[in-house]
Design a protein around this ligand. Structure first.
Ligand SMILES: *Cc1c(COP(=O)(O)O)cnc(C)c1O
Ligand code: SF4
Length: 312
């Protein structure tokens, strides 16, 4: 993956909490982890651009492209490549037919890459999903408000937002913004948040624990409170995935549990995200807090009640 950032981000690179998310660091490449795809996404891809890992919900990778490249991206193996572009209507139609045929799919997530970085394709997909009766909820995951707030002034993005306004009158629409640090809530980004709220969609956020950037009680408290105060509900905080190239971002799990336990004591439940580890070959499993004794963090049971060991 190459370095990529926007002029807007570059202005903030004096702040290490921002710069270290995008710039290659001297200790960057450890390659202790062997796997580039520990979440087995590639093997859950029935057709190009669609991940079907959980029975009732799917994730569409609209492209592999983003306005900026986060060095800790779970999909570091493909980010920036144009291989993931859903170039023609046929690629999109294949995905739509699959979703129509599998009526058990009620929840569709547009991800990538950043769906708002390729607004035309996203608009086409939304126009299709809008009319599929078995699809009850639509979500879009994006970091564009943090990477390039100015782009929300563009006409194509305005068209996507208008479409979202229209859809959310019929079915719930969720915009899931990815925040890592309270300093990302700049005046410009908050402006975009307000604009997104005007669509009537629900705004949630997700975060990844990043060593040296946000594995800190005060920082996360500020982040979650500020999001809440701006009308964005923290949804998930993930333990960083064990993807090759991400080694130096992975925090100590005991430290994470301690931070999340302390945060639970001071934050409203609404401002408090679920703390998740996405276990290799399994899926998202919530990590227990220290309110319960004698919990072994290296052992958990999967969704089928089988015991599994996780690396810590
Ligand atoms: C996280 C994820 C989802 C959505 O899971 P929720 O718990 O409903 O947010 C769906 N598909 C894939 C592949 C995912 O990684
Ligand atoms: S915006 Fe999301 S998909 Fe794009 S590089 Fe960052 S984490 Fe990965």
């Amino acid at each position: 993956m190459q370095e990529k950032f926007t002029p807007y981000l570059k202005q903030q690179f004096e702040n290490p909490a921002i710069a270290e998310q995008y710039l290659i660091q001297p200790n960057d490449i450890l390659h202790k982890f062997q796997n580039l795809d520990p979440l087995s996404e590639d093997s859950h891809q029935p057709i190009k651009g669609l991940i079907h890992k959980y029975k009732n919900r799917v994730l569409i990778k609209v492209s592999y492209r983003c306005a900026a490249h986060c060095r800790f991206c779970t999909r570091i193996r493909e980010i920036g490549s144009n291989e993931g572009d859903l170039k023609n209507d046929e690629a999109i139609q294949n995905i739509i037919s699959y979703i129509k045929q599998h009526t058990e799919i009620t929840d569709v997530i547009l991800s990538g890459g950043d769906p708002l970085y390729t607004p035309k394709q996203t608009l086409t997909i939304l126009e299709e999903l809008e009319n599929i009766e078995s699809v009850k909820v639509i979500r879009i995951g994006t970091r564009l408000p943090i990477h390039n707030p100015k782009s929300f002034l563009s006409l194509v993005i305005q068209k996507v937002l208008d479409k979202i306004s229209e859809i959310q009158k019929k079915k719930p629409f969720i915009i899931l913004v990815h925040f890592e640090h309270p300093d990302e809530l700049t005046i410009e980004t908050i402006e975009v948040i307000k604009q997104l709220k005007q669509t009537g969609a629900t705004l949630l956020s997700q975060t990844v624990f990043l060593k040296g950037i946000n594995n800190n009680f005060e920082i996360l408290k500020q982040l979650f409170e500020n999001l809440y105060w701006n009308g964005v509900m923290p949804y998930y905080i993930y333990r960083c995935d064990y993807v090759q190239g991400l080694e130096h971002y992975v925090c100590n799990i005991n430290e994470e549990v301690k931070i999340m336990t302390e945060l639970r004591k001071v934050l409203s439940g609404i401002a408090y995200p679920t703390y998740i580890v996405d276990v290799e070959g399994e899926g998202k499993i919530p990590v227990p807090l220290s309110f319960w004794s004698n919990i072994n963090l290296t052992q958990c049971t999967d969704f089928n009640n089988n015991s599994i060991n996780i690396q810590v």
